[in-house]
Design a protein around this ligand. Structure first.
Ligand SMILES: Cc1cc2nc3c(=O)[nH]c(=O)nc-3n(C[C@H](O)[C@H](O)[C@H](O)COP(=O)(O)OP(=O)(O)OC[C@H]3O[C@@H](n4cnc5c(N)ncnc54)[C@H](O)[C@@H]3O)c2cc1C
Length: 449
C-alpha cells in the first residue's frame, strides 16, 4: 500500500490569510499616506477628502488587477472563487470611491474641474473624465453580463481592454492634475505604482501565456461518457516534467487557439494525481466551447495552465474518511480524488452521494462500480426520475438521505461537494444540521466566473 499525497503545498493557514489581507490593505493605503508629508497637504476638508478618494480609488482599482492574476500563494488561503467574488465586490466599492471623488469636487469645488469640452480642457482632465466613464462601463457590463447574455469570451476581451485603457487614463489624469504630487519623489512613487500594475498586466497577458505555450499538450483520445459528457485525454509534448497537481485541482484549458488569445476555460482535472503525465478532463456540453469538445480530434494541440485551486483531499490528509457529494458533472474533480485514492491504495472509508436526473445519464457509473472493488467505497445514487423498480434513493441529496448512509463518526470525516450551486448550498445546510463542523465541508463552485 502506498499512501503518498502529492507534494503540493499543505493546507493554507489563517495566518497566511491575514498576511495577504494586510498586503491588500497596504497596497491600497501606503501610496495614499505617502502623499501626506509636504507643503501641499491640507487645503480644507472638501478639497482634501475628494482628492484622497481619487488616489484611494485608483489604488483600489490597481489592486484589482492582482486579484485576478491567479497568483497561487495569494489565492490559496481563501480559494480562487472567493478571490474572484472579492474582485467583483471591491470593483463596485472602488467605483463608488472614484465617483465620490468626482461628485464631491463637482458640488464643492466645480471650478477645479474646469471645462468639459475636450478641445479646451487640459488633456489630463479629459483623461480623468474618460477613465471615469470607462470604469462605469466596465462595472455595469460585468454586473449585467449574464442578463445581457454577452458572450463570455467577447466580454472578457472587452473587459481586459477597457480596464487597461481606463487605468492608463486615470494614471495620466493623476500625474497631470495631482496637486499632492508636489515633489519628485511622490511623482516617482505614483509613476512606479502605475508602472507596477502595467507590468503585472504584461505578466498575465504576455509572460504567462508564453510559458503555457512552451509546454503544449497533445490530445490522445476524446471519449464520450454518459450524460453528454466528453473526456479529453492528453499527454504532454515534448516530454517534460509531469504536471504536479493535487487531486481536486483545476486547469485553464485552451483548445484550437493560442494561449495569448484569452480563450481559456476552467476545468477540473478528472484523472488520478498519481499519473500526472497523462491527464483527463471530463466536460459537459453546455455552451459554445463545451459543445465543441466532441469535434476535437486526437493529435490536436491543447494548452494547459495548471494547477489551480485548493479543493481536494490533500488539504486534509488526516481525515478518518471522506464523503463526496456530486451533482451532474460536479463528479469530475471527485473522480480525480477517487481515482487518486484508489491508486494510492488508501484504506479509509469513502462515501459518494451522486445526484442525477436519470439513470442512463449517470456519467462514470460503471467505473464507480469498479472503484468500489479497489476502495472501501459506498456509492449512493440519488435520482430525480428513477426508473421503474428503482430501490435506491430518489429526489435530492437531503438531510435524510445523508443520515441514512453516514456513520456515527461522521463528524470526523471530511466532506467535498461539487455540483449545481443550489444543491451545494442545500447540502451544506443539511451537513450543518447534522452537526458537521463547517471547517470540514469544502465546496467547489463551477459558476463563479
Ligand atoms: C473551477 C472550475 C472547474 C470546472 N470544472 C469543470 C469540469 O470539470 N467539467 C465541466 O464540464 N465544467 C467545468 N467547469 C465549468 C466550465 O468551465 C464551463 O461550463 C465552461 O467554461 C462553459 O463554457 P461554454 O462556452 O461552453 O459555455 P457558455 O454558455 O458560453 O458559458 C456558460 C457560463 O460558463 C462560464 N464561462 C464561459 N466561458 C468561460 C471562460 N472562458 N472562463 C471562465 N468561465 C467561463 C460563464 O459564467 C458563462 O456564463 C468548471 C468551472 C470552474 C470555475
Amino acid at each position: 500500500m502506498t499512501l503518498r499525497p502529492s507534494d503540493h503545498p499543505g493546507p493554507p493557514t489563517a495566518r497566511s490569510a491575514v498576511l495577504w489581507l494586510a498586503v491588500y490593505v497596504a497596497a491600497v493605503t501606503v501610496p495614499l499616506f505617502a502623499l501626506l508629508p509636504g507643503p501641499a497637504a491640507g487645503r480644507g476638508f472638501l478639497w482634501d477628502f475628494p482628492m484622497a478618494l481619487g488616489y484611494a480609488g485608483l489604488a483600489m482599482l490597481g489592486v484589482q488587477f492582482a486579484l485576478t492574476a491567479r497568483f497561487r500563494r495569494a489565492t490559496a488561503p481563501f480559494g480562487i472563487d472567493i478571490v474572484y467574488y472579492f474582485h467583483r465586490y471591491l470593483a463596485v466599492w472602488a467605483l463608488v470611491v472614484v465617483i465620490g471623488h468626482y461628485a464631491i469636487l463637482r458640488l464643492a469645488n466645480p471650478s477645479a474641474l474646469g471645462q468639459v469640452d475636450p478641445t479646451v480642457a487640459p488633456a489630463y482632465m479629459t483623461a480623468g473624465r474618460a477613465a471615469l466613464v470607462l470604469f462605469v462601463l466596465v462595472v455595469v457590463l460585468s454586473l449585467l453580463r449574464r442578463r445581457l447574455q454577452l458572450d463570455y469570451d467577447l466580454w472578457r476581451m472587452t473587459h481586459a481592454v477597457l480596464v487597461t485603457v481606463a487605468f492608463a487614463a486615470a494614471v495620466w489624469h493623476l500625474l497631470g492634475a495631482g496637486r499632492f504630487l508636489d515633489t519628485a519623489w511622490k511623482q516617482s512613487l505614483w509613476a512606479a505604482f502605475g508602472a507596477f500594475w502595467v507590468a503585472l498586466i504584461a505578466y498575465v497577458r504576455v509572460l504567462r501565456p508564453w510559458r503555457v505555450r512552451r509546454r503544449p499538450w497533445k490530445v490522445m483520445e476524446v471519449r464520450p461518457e454518459r450524460g453528454r459528457v466528453w473526456t479529453l485525454v492528453m499527454e504532454q509534448v515534448p516530454r517534460q516534467p509531469p504536471l504536479n497537481f493535487a487531486p481536486g485541482q483545476f486547469a485553464w484549458l485552451t483548445l484550437r487557439a493560442s494561449p495569448f488569445a484569452m480563450r481559456e476555460h476552467p476545468f477540473s482535472i478528472a484523472s488520478s494525481a498519481e499519473r500526472p503525465d497523462r491527464i483527463e478532463f471530463s466536460i459537459k456540453e453546455l455552451g459554445d466551447f463545451t459543445s465543441n469538445i466532441r469535434n476535437i480530434r486526437p493529435g490536436e494541440i491543447a494548452y494547459v495552465d495548471a494547477p489551480y485551486g485548493t479543493f481536494g483531499i490533500d488539504q486534509s490528509p488526516q481525515a478518518e474518511g471522506y464523503v463526496f457529494v456530486a451533482g451532474g458533472v460536479g463528479i469530475a474533480p471527485i473522480m480525480c480524488m477517487l481515482r487518486t485514492l484508489a491508486d494510492r491504495g488508501d484504506p479509509r472509508p469513502v462515501k459518494l452521494f451522486y445526484g442525477n436526473r436519470v439513470w442512463d445519464r449517470v456519467a462514470f457509473r460503471e467505473e464507480l462500480e469498479a472503484l468500489a472493488d479497489r476502495l472501501d467505497l459506498e456509492v449512493v445514487h440519488v435520482l430525480q426520475e428513477p426508473p421503474a423498480g428503482w430501490a435506491g434513493e430518489r429526489g435530492f441529496v437531503t438531510e435524510d438521505v445523508l443520515l441514512r448512509h453516514l456513520p456515527v463518526t461522521r463528524h470526523r470525516y471530511e466532506y467535498f461537494l461539487c455540483g449545481p450551486t443550489p444543491m451545494t448550498k442545500s447540502v451544506e445546510q443539511s451537513l450543518a444540521a447534522l452537526g458537521i463542523p463547517a471547517a470540514r465541508v469544502h465546496s467547489e463552485i463551477f459558476d463563479w466566473v
